[in-house]
Design a protein around this ligand. Sequence first.
Ligand code: PGA
Length: 259
Amino acid sequence: MRKFVIAGNWKMNKTLPQAVALASDMREGLRALEEIDVIICPPFLALAGVRDAVQETTIAVGAQNMHWEVEGAYTGEVSPRMVQDLCTHVIIGHSERRSHFGETDTMVNHKVVAAIAHGLTPIVCVGETDDENRAGKTQEVLDRQATQALAGLSAQQAAAAIVAYEPVWAIGTGRAASPAEANDTSGLVREVISRECGTPTAAAIRILYGGSINPGVWPDIIAQPEVDGGLVGGASLIADDFVSLANQTRAAHAASLGR
Ligand code: PGA
């Protein structure tokens, strides 16, 4: 049985004091959710503060990016060794990294490999753009992104990663994928993983949906059998919404146990 996940990507929002305040606001509401993995991903500068704010809870903290080299002359970058000191998870290959900062599938793979080598759980993002979707290229794009992201990993390493299917057309647009779309496309990603890494890995790996998740649409999406959780942007900046999403995820997990 796959343990469900709800992860908040705060993107480039919140100063250190604001981030600590938001984490503190969520803390009580997220405290009793051991059955699922709850992860919050603040900006780098707030990682230590947020980690301290959620101490002695089961809330995990993740970074939103990192370089793959351990140290060196990479001005402005943050290394896996630095991230590893502060948190347990790291988002890799978010579509905003790919589109605004030129991250390629090869770079994403370097980062995934480095994350695993440093004991971090990568949350690897894949997803097609609106143009690719309209051109009928969704399967091709996801196949390439997922295959290259996980290249070189053992079946066991891949199984411990988390993949987030985030259609680019759904991110920050208020237009979430339909439950059927989220399910079918997550299923396509699982098929690619099955081919590349074997059936046990595909059966174990968590595949999240991301893109305009909010408490109104989430129960129907998380009820889908191929969806094991969510990666939340905008709604993860509102404490009450994120706590609601976490509770909905827990309820769906409990329901799936009886399936
Ligand atoms: P959104 O962002 O929930 O604001 O659409 C999702 C993401 O980018 O991970």
